[in-house]
Design a protein around this ligand. Structure first.
Ligand SMILES: [Zn+2]
Length: 367
């Protein structure tokens, strides 16, 4: 990392104050403006911004991985889940590349040329929800019909030769069905202006769902031969559910992230069971084959709540949490309060006895 200038409320600070990647901010006012010019190196692996050579023809591509705590490998930030702010992103990219980020595109260079890709300001995001992806990706831009409102623009993107595996209409249907289910069940529309779905070779998690931009290993496109028919559907349904849980509302404490995964798994399996006739995601033999199996034990606590208060009250409570804490972070107590009010009974004792994280054997899906 190379620091250019640091200015706090118009006063320049010495870059020598940077220790272990942290910068002490002296003499803070009630409101503060911090401007940092810096260059960060590409990450060799894991979290940060990676630039890698493409598998097919040696061409390069780049993607970010910020979750759960890698944003500070890319830019200066307060990397806390409860501190959100709008991001305005621009990307200088070589000719032949395209770029995607959380927000819709606001400007781009001439087709095929090098230059600046500009994006609209995002909704308030935690740094761990920042995402950008760039390279010689290609694929269609589709319109996803919804029960209400304008069709949602959905981009499907991959490098060659994975892009040739696209069955665009099938993948669009795998987005459309859970999208409509979530909007209907939660009573809250999809919170972002578009959804980009990018299949990245070697992505260091099965998938990651940032607001407006889902990245997934491109191997999920080939999974049909090795996995059950609903495997790709389960990946997409799970990541799409994160637009609401993890995206629109997050957990204030990192220790409660398991709850986001539990809700997302519960929701996506409910959508799968309804939209794929004959699919039984909770059957033991099926569950182990699904990509969200690591979270199934935690999601079972919400299924147990469903038997106690009913599907409608579970969804009412979840919808209420989204409406009370949009684009911000909530607590486990906030969630239990929403469920209690939805059903008219005090669920605090149930939550204390049941809403406890089970060990997650592996981090197969983040964000
Ligand atoms: Zn997840």
């Amino acid at each position: 990392m190379s620091i250019g200038q640091i200015a706090l409320n118009g006063t320049y600070l010495s870059a020598g104050g940077l220790k272990d990647g942290r910068l002490e901010l002296p003499r803070l006012a009630n409101e503060n403006t911090l401007a940092v010019e810096a260059e960060f190196a590409y990450a060799p692996a894991g979290e940060g911004l990676r630039r890698v050579n493409g598998p097919a023809d040696g061409s390069a591509y780049a993607y970010s991985k910020t979750h759960p705590a890698g944003a500070s490998e890319i830019f200066c930030c307060f990397d806390q889940p409860d501190l959100r702010a709008p991001f305005t992103v621009s990307v200088h990219a070589p000719g032949g590349w395209s770029c995607r980020a959380n927000a819709p595109l606001a400007g781009r260079p001439a087709a095929g040329g090098p230059g600046l890709w500009r994006f609209a300001p995002t909704t308030p995001l935690a740094p761990s929800l920042f995402s950008v992806c760039a390279g010689p990706f290609y694929g269609p831009v589709l319109a996803c019909e919804r029960d209400r409102g304008q069709p949602l623009p959905v981009t499907l993107w991959a490098l060659a030769p994975a892009a040739d595996l696209f069955d665009s209409e099938t993948i669009l249907e795998l987005v459309r069905q859970p999208l409509r289910y979530y909007e209907r069940a939660l009573g809250v529309p999809y919170p972002y202006g578009k959804c980009d779905l990018v299949f990245v070779p070697g992505f260091p998690a099965l998938a990651f769902s940032a607001p407006g931009l889902i990245t997934a290993q491109d191997t999920v496109l080939q999974a049909r031969e090795r996995q059950p028919a609903c495997y790709l559907a389960a990946v997409i349904a799970h990541e799409l559910a994160h637009a609401w849980f993890g995206g629109l509302v997050g957990m204030r404490r990192r220790d409660d992230t398991w709850l986001i995964e539990a809700i997302t798994t519960y929701l996506s399996r409910a959508a799968l069971a309804e939209t794929w006739p004959g699919t039984t995601p909770w059957a033991a033999a099926t569950s182990v084959t699904l990509p969200d199996h690591a979270y199934a034990r935690n999601a079972a606590a919400i299924r147990q709540l469903e038997t106690l208060i009913g599907w409608r009250a579970v969804m009412l409570g979840l919808g209420s949490l989204l409406q009370r804490h949009p684009h911000s972070a909530a607590t486990k107590d906030d969630l239990v309060r929403c469920w209690s009010q939805a059903t008219g009974r005090d669920l605090r004792t149930w939550a204390a006895e049941t809403l406890i994280p089970a060990a997650c054997p592996e981090d197969r899906c983040t964000g």
